[in-house]
Structure formats: structure tokens, C-alpha cells
Write a protein that binds this ligand. Structure first.
Ligand SMILES: *Cc1c(COP(=O)(O)O)cnc(C)c1O
Length: 384
């Protein structure tokens, strides 16, 4: 007799996902992008393949070896890590900076260091999975407000603030799947009024938004009012890793308490050196971010998106997952790699085409993309 197959449920679950067009699979980008214009990357400033970034990584690997070998507080902290945190703090205009293995790990670590049982984390409904994971791991009570609805946030704080010891409000600065900005000025007002800490996740905005490229907080003029800003080295900075910036005392505390910092291996020196080189380019070549923003504005005009969204992410909500997949496949025949984003990445019935513009695109490519989108989608803008 065959032993019971304790994993048999997985076959059924996967078949179910397949039937709902929700099964996800890896595909080699080399074959997928054969001759396709890639509009699916977070490498907004085209720094991941910049020769200066690549060379910085090679040099650090030759000088310091590949792996860091241990967690930062054990023996995994090298001159490359010290140089990057120094440059990040300077770039962000903060007292201190720290690194994490990824942006995901940064959010999880920061939140679980700042709050615990008896506290509350208040999240925007569309906040990234890593903010949700951090909130859950922290043991704090989790509350949610409707997307960018600061009136609802105010209501929630009014009614519930007194029940908790500490409160942390957490939001993305520039939303990853919707491409819109959080109303950070209003949210900062509320945090000050109700004695709450404010975390802003700048994953998609670092290097791209704000006069200095610091991100959404600087675009909206609230850097000084945000308790802790979290970012990633993995998007516009073209490398891998996460970071947090803030006051010295805050960073010191997080280093002493964040499990994803304390109990995870330090980033390879070469990965860190690549990010340092990319950050220097962000500072010295502001024309890169200007170009991305211009191209994205061009695209929005072309598909008749009105409003004041800024930033490189242009989502076109289509609703059903099957339709997003179909339209994405049609765009591939036009020569464009535009991903269909489906649940669980976005809420049900809000599947979308998500276009990421980068500094590597040309105005001609964006024009052709607009034509393709208008053909495939019959001139519709976003259904949102
Ligand atoms: C991508 C992303 C992260 C995670 O960053 P990684 O460095 O890729 O782990 C966190 N928050 C938001 C909003 C993101 O889009």
C-alpha cells in the first residue's frame, strides 16, 4: 500500500490557481524579452547594468571576497557597508542609516523593533506585503485604513489611540502597484496630533522623486516629520538589499532589536559597493530621474490618464485576471513586455497591466507603446 501523500493537497490547490489564471511561474527574462522592450523592471534609472556600477562590484569582490560570512554585528560588517551607510545618511539628510538583506527584511525588522504587544500598527489598505508581514510579526494590533484616506485614519486615531501604548502609522510613499503618492503631509499632521510614529516605505521613490531624488517624503516636503524612512537598494539603485534612515537613537534601537538585522547574514560587500556607486550616480546625474518622469508623463498623456500622478509606475486596471493576461500577451506581439499583475499582488478584480518606465527607454518607444496600448485596449484609459 502506498503511504499517504501528505502533500496531495498541493496538486489540487495548484490546479485551482491554474483554472483561475492565477498560477504564477518563473520565466527566464532572456527568452521572454528576446527583442521585447522591457516595461516590467524596477531598474528605473538603468543603473543595474551601468558599467560604473558593475565595475564597483567587481573591484569590491576582488578586494573583499564575495560573501560577508556572518551577520553585521558578528563579523559581517566591512568597509563597504560603512561607506554605504555613511553615503546613504548624507544623501537622505539623516543622522544615521542601516542596511538589511532586502527591502522586505527592512520593513519586517523595523516594524517589529518599534512596536509589540500593547501597541498598534496602522496600515494603508494597499500597503506592501512586507509592511503587513512586519506588523503581524511584531505582535502589535493591526488596523487598516482605506487607501490614502486620511479622514478615515483620523477617525481611527481619534477613537482608538488611547487604547494603545505606542502607535506606528505605516504607508508606502509612492505606491508600488497604483503609482500614486500617499498624502504624507496630512498623515504627518495626524501622527503629530495623536502622538504616533510614522514609517514611510520609499521603495519605488528613492532615486526617482523629490528635487534631490530622496523620494516621496522629499517630493512632499515632509522628510523631517517622518520617524523612519525605509528603502531598497534593489530598485532604482540597481543592486540588492534594504535600508532604513532616521535619527541616531532610532537606528541604534532598531539595530539592537530587528530580527532580520540581528539574525541574518550581512549583504555581500560587492552588492553593497554596487549600491554605493549607483547612489553616487543618482547624486551626480539628476537628468536620469528627470528623463524617467518626462517619459512617464508622456505615457500618461498618451493613454489619457488625467490627474496629478507622478513617478515611473503607470498602472492600467482591467479587472479580471484572464483579461490582464490576454492583454499582456497581445502587447508582447507588439514588441512590449508589460506584466499582468494579479492577486495576491493586487486585490481581487483589480488585475492590471503595470507599466514601469525607465531612463533606458526612448521617446520613440513610448510613442509606439501608446499606439499599441490604444489598439489592444480600444482607447480605454484605466478602469480604476
Ligand atoms: C519591492 C518592495 C519592497 C521590498 O524590497 P526588496 O528589496 O525587493 O525586498 C518593499 N516595499 C515596497 C513598497 C516594495 O515595492
Amino acid at each position: 500500500m502506498r503511504a499517504a501523500d501528505a502533500l496531495a493537497w498541493i496538486d489540487e490547490e495548484l490546479a485551482e490557481l491554474e483554472a483561475r489564471t492565477l498560477r504564477r511561474e518563473l520565466r527566464g527574462i532572456e527568452s521572454a524579452t528576446n527583442n521585447l522592450v522591457n516595461l516590467s523592471s524596477n531598474d528605473y534609472l538603468a543603473l543595474a547594468s551601468d558599467p560604473r556600477v558593475v565595475e564597483a562590484a567587481c573591484r569590491a569582490a576582488r578586494d573583499s571576497g564575495w560573501g560577508a560570512g556572518a551577520a553585521p554585528l558578528v563579523s559581517g560588517w566591512r568597509r563597504e557597508h560603512a561607506a554605504l551607510t555613511h553615503d546613504l545618511a548624507e544623501f537622505e539628510g539623516t543622522e544615521a542609516a542601516m542596511l538589511f538583506p532586502s527591502g522586505f527584511a527592512a520593513n519586517v525588522g523595523v516594524i517589529s523593533a518599534l512596536v509589540g504587544q500593547g501597541d498598534a500598527v496602522v496600515l494603508d489598505r494597499l500597503a506592501h506585503a512586507s509592511l503587513v508581514a512586519g506588523a503581524r510579526l511584531s505582535g502589535a494590533t493591526v488596523r487598516v485604513f482605506a487607501h490614502n484616506d486620511y479622514a478615515q485614519l483620523e477617525d481611527l486615531l481619534k477613537k482608538q489611540r488611547s487604547r494603545f501604548r505606542r502607535v506606528l502609522v505605516a504607508t508606502e510613499g509612492l505606491f508600488s502597484m497604483d503609482g500614486d503618492l500617499a498624502p504624507l503631509g496630512e498623515i504627518a499632521d495626524l501622527c503629530e496630533r495623536f502622538d504616533a510614529m510614522l514609517l514611510v516605505d520609499e521603495a519605488h521613490a528613492t532615486g526617482v522623486l523629490g528635487p534631490d531624488g530622496r523620494g516621496a517624503s522629499s517630493e512632499l516636503g515632509v522628510c523631517e516629520r517622518v520617524s523612519i524612512r525605509v528603502g531598497t537598494l534593489s530598485k532604482a539603485l540597481g543592486s540588492l538589499g534594504g535600508f532604513a534612515v532616521g535619527e541616531r537613537r532610532t537606528i541604534d534601537w532598531i539595530m539592537n532589536r530587528a530580527p532580520t538585522f540581528l539574525f541574518s547574514t550581512s549583504l555581500p560587500p560587492a552588492v553593497v559597493a554596487a549600491a554605493t556607486a549607483a547612489l553616487a550616480i543618482v547624486k551626480s546625474e539628476p537628468e536620469r530621474r528627470a528623463r524617467v518622469l518626462d517619459l512617464a508623463a508622456e505615457l500618461r498623456r498618451g493613454v489619457s490618464i488625467i490627474g496629478n500622478d507622478v513617478g515611473p509606475i503607470v498602472p492600467l486596471v482591467v479587472g479580471a485576471a484572464s483579461r490582464a493576461v490576454r492583454e499582456s500577451a497581445m502587447l508582447a506581439t507588439w514588441g512590449f513586455l508589460v506584466p499582468a499583475i494579479r492577486p495576491p499582488t493586487v486585490p481581487r478584480n483589480s488585475s492590471r497591466l503595470r507599466i514601469s518606465v525607465s531612463a533606458a527607454h526612448s521617446a520613440g518607444e513610448i510613442m509606439k507603446l501608446v499606439n499599441a496600448l490604444n489598439e489592444v485596449r480600444g482607447g480605454r484609459g484605466s478602469d480604476q
